[in-house]
Design a protein around this ligand. Structure first.
Ligand SMILES: C[S@@+](CC[C@H](N)C(=O)[O-])C[C@H]1O[C@@H](n2cnc3c(N)ncnc32)[C@H](O)[C@@H]1O
Length: 209
């Protein structure tokens, strides 16, 4: 049996919902490099590849499923990635309650659970309050990048961010037009020939008061 991997260098401790506390990400990373946040990292292919390719940026991944969280944490710890942290928690809570204002450069939301049944739609992550929180945590000119293979959720994602006055759409592509990404689900969905929708929105500059 192989020795257990010490994941503590790459993990963030949960901040419970009832605590008025936020992560001090610049202190945690020990630098002021731009920070990218991925919600629902799955097996972490995108997050780990990105952290390896861009040591000049910091990467934070949030994942609800303990199994995936542990898998990604172990992979990151084994690679000694000092610019990556993972957190096992609920993505909506993390964004709403634990991230400081204007602290994130890019927010990545790839293939979030589509909750296809109409009575479950309200469980979807991308809803108007989420866009408001995304606007709060992104720096001026920061971006949110989204992808889904679910047609109805794609319509909702685009509608939600287009309706938010703090965002302007900078990119949309469907199917073959969409540039290839590297998340585990995108690789699987492309192999299956599914149509992928991608969007990008820019956080407009805050007016100075
Ligand atoms: C369809 S998978 C996509 C994974 C990855 N983004 C990709 O493209 O390969 C959705 C992921 O989101 C995670 N997830 C679902 N609900 C979540 C929540 N409320 N907070 C954090 N992660 C969540 C799931 O456990 C799963 O790993």
């Amino acid at each position: 049996m192989s020795a257990p991997v010490d994941i503590s260098p790459v993990t963030l401790e949960q901040i419970p919902a009832n605590q008025d506390r936020r992560y001090q990400l610049r202190e945690i990373f020990g630098n002021d490099h731009p920070i990218e946040l991925e919600l629902g990292i799955g097996k972490g292919r995108f997050l780990i590849q990105s952290a390896e390719a861009h040591p000049e940026r910091n990467w934070v991944g949030v994942e609800w499923a303990s199994r995936y969280y542990r898998l990604v944490a172990e992979r990151a710890a084994k690679r000694g990635l000092a610019n990556l942290r993972v957190l096992r928690d609920d993505a909506a809570h993390v964004v709403r309650d634990t991230i400081e204002d204007a602290s994130i450069d890019v927010l990545h939301v790839y293939f979030p659970d589509p909750w296809p049944k109409a009575r479950h739609n309200k469980r979807r992550l991308v809803q108007p309050p989420f866009a408001r929180e995304a606007a709060r945590i992104l720096v001026n000119g920061g971006r949110v990048k989204l992808a889904t293979d679910h047609e109805d959720y794609a319509v909702q994602m685009e509608r939600v961010f287009k309706a938010d006055p703090d965002f302007r759409q900078t990119f949309r592509a469907i199917g073959d037009e969409a540039p290839e990404g590297v998340t585990n689900w995108e690789v699987k969905f492309r192999r299956e020939g599914r149509t992928i929708h991608k969007f990008e929105f820019e956080r407009v500059k805050r007016s100075e008061t």
